[in-house]
Design a protein around this ligand. Structure first.
Ligand code: HEM
Length: 185
């Protein structure tokens, strides 16, 4: 994955737990890189090892660490110049979720060779949304769960996210339900 992803994890840990905590995680993961080049491709294994070591250091499960990281991913993305692109593609949760493929396709133009995820957002009759997530990579469902929560937080909207189908439990792909309790969906 692009160094951007590892750099975001590093920022999350460093901002919340300090640089020493990150050094411990990096050593435990057996990753030598002190800095990640945002535009460079790193083996996916680096990201998985860092996520595993982060969970261990924080005393949480890997899915819980990935969910927190997914929430932070949106904070991180918003701070970058790409944040403006994200806002231009959606002014609310309901607008952005159907635009996730277009957003990633646009970003992929800047980074040839990236392996972007695919999403499908379908409205339910009650106004809630079902978000289908497809990826060549396993185990990142909790990251999406957190990212969907992060999108709600970014727009200041109350959203309730739950997982309907879990690829880690044998489903063909992950499916999430995004509810908007304030408007009764
Ligand atoms: C400006 C905002 C965003 C930027 C710049 C961005 C960029 C990226 C990049 C560079 C990757 C790594 C691809 C690779 O290296 O192969 C990635 C992966 C991913 N992104 Fe985004 N993204 C953004 C917003 C979002 C949002 C809003 C979501 C919400 C669900 C999301 C979900 C994911 C997921 C789940 C992956 C993991 C890759 C996989 O499943 O295979 N991203 N994104």
């Amino acid at each position: 994955m692009l160094g951007m992803v590892n750099h975001a994890l590093q920022e999350m840990v460093t901002e919340r737990h300090g640089a020493t905590a990150w050094d411990v995680i990096r050593a435990d993961a057996g990753v030598d890189d002190r800095i990640f080049v945002v535009m460079k491709q790193y083996p996916d294994e680096v990201t998985y090892k860092l996520a595993g070591a982060t969970a261990k250091a924080l005393g949480v499960s890997v899915p819980d660490a990935l969910r927190a990281f997914g929430q932070f991913w949106i904070v991180y993305a918003e701070r970058q110049p790409w944040g403006k692109v994200m806002h231009s593609m959606g002014k609310s949760v309901r607008e952005l979720l159907p635009a996730l493929n277009a957003l990633h396709a646009r970003i992929a133009l800047a980074f040839p060779g990236v392996d972007m995820p695919q999403f499908r957002a379908e409205p339910n009759a009650d106004g809630s949304l079902q978000v289908h997530y497809f990826s060549s990579r396993p185990g990142l469902g909790p990251f999406v769960h957190g990212a969907l929560e992060g999108i709600g937080a970014m727009y200041g909207e109350v959203v309730e996210v739950s997982q309907l189908e879990d690829r880690a439990a044998g489903a063909p792909h992950d499916v999430f339900l995004v509810k908007f309790p304030e408007v009764g969906s």
